[in-house]
Design a protein around this ligand. Structure first.
Ligand code: DGT
Ligand code: CA
Ligand code: CA
Length: 574
């Protein structure tokens, strides 16, 4: 908890510093914030054990920031931050959640119009006060309103990448209770949907009352919506809700099946039962009043004449028909991944050195890791020019040599993430691209192009013989902005023709391609790669979300190139 609170404060400080036009310092605070968010150890614990010296050992934390952390741990406040807040009392998290709204713009809007949060921003935009401001204009005002609409539509849903780690923590706490015989999380979380409405726990216990008591008194619970003998529902401080339900052992499978959903999947499975003269409910599968299956999901699906569909497939998108015919595809598993091809290093401003990234990949059990630093167009991301890329390549060659001597399993591949400019050209010379093991190209600017132009732009990049992979192909950011306008069927045709690989970004806010597009790509015979886009070694763990997305899109091992051994991969790139 403390880690998240401090991270929020440091993000805010970074935004405040940026508002004041201060260089470098914002980046330092942001880096620490990211580290705090991804770190497993609790800052409070670290401080208790080793004091301020131990804080300084957290990557990115210098003396100054360590002192601020200490102040927070001791007093619950940071004076430096309070001063900023007093001068500019903005809800920065809300303001900067609006696509296109940076801290500097937020500051102008506050100073000129007193805008502090989404509500006041929307009001001002609707009464056309923003268009009149210098540097804003009508188009910006329209974009702001669109962005607010988008935020509203996704309100009340949370990112899988945010909820899953939090749920796992709570799951472990509950699992350790002696009253809990078994526990699972069900619902959209078990199906690994990209966004989650609420968390649904299912428990076997002889002492449901004790489980209820422990559940409602979990740390982080701020409100109890309801508490009965076997059911309870709470709101967490982070804004999401959790349900829990205790059921007897004998009907656990039926309950698990029911509460996993989706609702659409359940409606059809119930109908299949009915057609067989049976009745399926959360309590079991019945013939008349006799229960004929209920302890496990397998038993139930078996009597219905179906294979057991993996939770990720239970969306009534054809999986029921396939399961009835015993023709479910063998979808990719977490363990099938042999490497990660979209990772940034400190060469382009990422948090870790290439060695550190390689070590983290080794720890993941990978055979290869691709370092794909940004190229020069993205100056805020410290993009590499031709010469710097050359130097970085040399370092990778040297490293590979020394890793070989040390008997490491992991091989480092030389990549880059280049930018697709407005006309579809790439922002770095072809001779430089040729020297790499593979090239990722992505769109990082001008998202609002007309459909035809955007499609041509990407197609031209795909036709560049040096480009192997298109990163986050539809450009959507969950809870922030929609996909850009693009003719995806044409993209698929050209990808197939040119052998271009489409990325499934595992980055929790992207998950792009989404499940539907993954299925379309697979059907079109287009190869895909699941990448984390890590800017920090701990983010390699995001792979889990990408694999889940691929499973939701029915992808098989053969469809995903980073399930392939190194030689096959390298051959494909050539
Ligand atoms: P969410 O929370 O919006 O991300 O989505 P879910 O799928 O977790 O939905 P939730 O929490 O409302 O309900 C959990 C599961 O319970 C759901 O996946 C299927 C089952 N369920 C809930 N309501 C109904 C219903 O009216 N009919 C059927 N057949 N199943 C339901
Ligand atoms: Ca749910
Ligand atoms: Ca629920």
């Amino acid at each position: 908890m403390i880690n998240q609170d401090l991270a929020k404060i440091f993000y805010d400080i970074a935004n405040y510093l940026e508002m004041d036009g201060i260089d470098f310092k914002p980046q330092a605070y942001r880096k620490v914030a990211i580290n705090l968010e991804t770190m497993e150890k609790d800052v409070g614990e670290i401080y208790k054990r080793g004091g301020i010296k131990a804080l300084e050992e957290i990557p990115g934390v210098g003396k100054n920031i360590a002192e601020r952390m200490e102040e927070y741990l001791k007093t619950g406040k940071i004076k430096y931050y309070e001063k900023f807040k007093k001068r500019l009392p903005l809800n920065l998290e809300e303001m900067t959640s609006v696509e296109g709204m940076g801290p500097k713009r937020a500051k102008v809007l506050y100073q000129k119009l007193g805008i502090r949060d989404l509500k006041t921003l929307e009001k001002a935009a609707k009464s056309h006060k923003i268009a009149k401001l210098f540097g804003f204009g009508e188009k910006t005002e329209k974009n702001i309103l669109e962005a607010i609409e988008f935020l509203k539509r996704s309100k009340g849903r949370f990112l899988l990448g945010e909820i899953l780690p939090k749920t796992k923590e709570i799951y472990n706490k509950l699992k350790n209770l002696k009253e809990v015989e078994r526990i699972d999380y069900c619902g959209s979380l078990r199906r690994m949907k990209e966004t989650i409405g609420d968390v649904d726990f299912l428990v076997i216990s002889d002492k449901p009352k004790k489980v209820m008591d422990s559940f409602v008194s979990l740390p982080g619970v701020i409100k109890i919506w309801g508490k009965g003998a076997t059911k309870a529902s709470v709101r967490m401080r982070d804004g999401f809700d959790m349900d829990i339900r205790v059921v007897p052992r004998k009907s656990y499978g039926a309950a698990l099946q029911y509460f996993t959903g989706s609702k659409e999947h359940n409606i059809i499975t119930r109908k299949i039962a009915m057609d067989k003269g049976l009745k399926l409910s959360e309590y079991g599968l019945f013939r008349g009043s006799r229960m004929i299956a209920s302890e496990t999901e397998e038993d139930i699906y078996k009597i219905l004449g179906m294979q057991l569909p993996p939770p990720e497939m239970r969306e009534n998108q054809g999986e029921i028909e396939a399961a009835l015919k015993h023709k479910l595809p063998e979808i990719i598993k977490q363990g099938d991944i042999r490497g990660d091809l979209h990772c940034h290093s400190d060469w382009d401003g990422g948090a870790n050195s290439i060695t550190e990234m390689a070590k983290a990949a080794q720890n993941m059990g990978y055979e290869y890791i691709g370092i794909s630093d940004h190229t020069k167009f993205l100056r805020i991301e410290h993009g590499l020019d031709e010469r710097k890329l050359e130097r970085r390549n040399k370092e990778i060659d040297k490293l590979n040599q020394s890793l070989k001597i040390k008997n490491w399993k992991v091989i480092i591949l030389k990549g880059c993430e280049a930018n697709i400019l407005n006309d579809g050209s790439i922002d770095i010379k072809d001779e430089s691209l040729k020297k790499l093991d593979y090239v990722i190209a992505g769109i990082h600017s001008n998202f609002k192009m007309p459909r035809e132009e955007m499609t041509e732009r990407m197609i031209r990049a795909m036709r560049n013989p040096n480009v192997d992979i298109i990163s986050h192909p539809t450009g959507r950011i969950l809870k922030r902005r929609d996909e850009y306008e693009i003719d995806f069927d044409r993209i698929l045709r050209v990808a197939k023709e040119t052998g271009t690989i489409l990325e499934i970004s595992a980055w929790p806010e992207r998950l792009d391609l989404n499940d539907q597009n993954i299925r379309r790509a697979k059907t079109a015979g287009v190869k895909m790669v699941i990448n984390t886009d890590s800017h920090h070694k701990d983010q390699l763990r995001f792979m889990e979300f990408g694999v889940a997305q691929a499973r939701r899109g029915w992808a098989e091992k053969e469809d995903i190139i980073n399930c392939w051994p190194l030689e096959k991969l390298v051959k494909y790139f050539k």
